[in-house]
Ligand binder design. Structure first.
Ligand code: ADP
Ligand code: MG
Length: 248
């Protein structure tokens, strides 16, 4: 635990450490522009947005509806492309990757949780959690062990074989969190992960997220309206005129 925390702090503070050992940012966005056409009118959502994200950072993106939080998160997750600008991940220009390489990159490095769980409702919790490992092409024994372990970890030992549609909203979101984390991604991207849950279930999912972050030490970027979740993060940011700014 102590070692993990030290590692975590070292990573966060690596910016100020030995220049030669400095790995630089985990992700760098440079000059990102993204606009949409709505009924003939152009909406510029992200405008010349640049940001560096360091390993181990926990960032909350907050602010009112429609300012571009999801648009930004989708670009950070390479689920959507900007009109212009670059995204460097450990210095690799990921939007230059072909479709397959980009999908592999995402599978290897990123976990996603959205407001709606996007699980396969007719499949069991366990089957849903096996999916990322199958896509990765891991050995089936490893996939199963990992999947069962993370489902136990999110408190669903007794619910593994249940179909997702038979689970409660809170349980479904815990399955979604398990799916995001089963392959131990470097980055967790979450878009209002508890936006559909009541306070009790939200708090359960948050507590779990905080504990898992301690254990797995991932970089987290979450969009949220929830103050408790936002305050747990070490940086709160918002979008102003299409640019990401830190809230002091
Ligand atoms: N696929 C799309 N087509 C057209 N307009 C979109 C699309 N996605 C988002 N928008 C518009 O872009 C703006 C930002 O949306 P979004 O990123 O979803 O905001 P937030 O997540 O902060 O609520 C909004 O005005 C929204 O209507
Ligand atoms: Mg949104």
């Amino acid at each position: 635990m102590v070692n993990r925390l030290e590692k975590h702090n070292n990573q966060i503070h690596s910016k100020t450490g030995n220049q030669e050992k400095d790995p630089g940012p985990l992700m760098s966005l440079r000059g990102i522009n993204k606009s949409y056409q709505n009924n003939g009118a152009k909406i510029e959502v992200l405008r010349d947005l640049s940001v560096d994200i360091y390993s181990g950072e926990r960032i909350a993106i907050v602010g009112e509806s429609g300012i571009g939080k999801s648009t930004l998160l989708h670009i950070l997750g390479t689920l959507d492309r900007p009109d212009s600008g670059t995204l460097l991940y450990k210095k690799a220009d990921v939007f230059e990757f072909d479709k397959k390489k980009l999908a592999d990159f995402r599978n290897k490095n990123m976990g996603f949780v959205f407001q709606f769980h996007y699980l396969l409702a007719e499949f069991s919790a366990l089957e849903n959690i096996l999916m990322p490992g199958l896509i990765r092409g891991l050995k089936s024994k490893d996939i199963r062990e990992r999947a069962e372990a993370i489902l136990v970890r999110v408190g669903l030992k007794e619910r593994m074989k249940h179909r997702v549609r038979e689970l409660s909203g809170g349980e479904q979101q815990r399955v979604a969190l398990a799916r995001a984390l089963v392959l131990n991604p470097a980055i967790l991207l979450a878009d209002e992960p508890t936006g559909n849950l009541d306070k009790k279930n939200s708090n359960q999912v948050h507590d779990l997220l905080f504990e898992l972050n301690d254990e797995y030490n991932m970089t987290i970027i979450t969009v949220t309206h929830n103050m408790r979740l936002a305050e747990y993060m070490n940086k709160q940011m918002t979008l102003v005129e299409g640019k990401l700014v830190e809230i002091e």
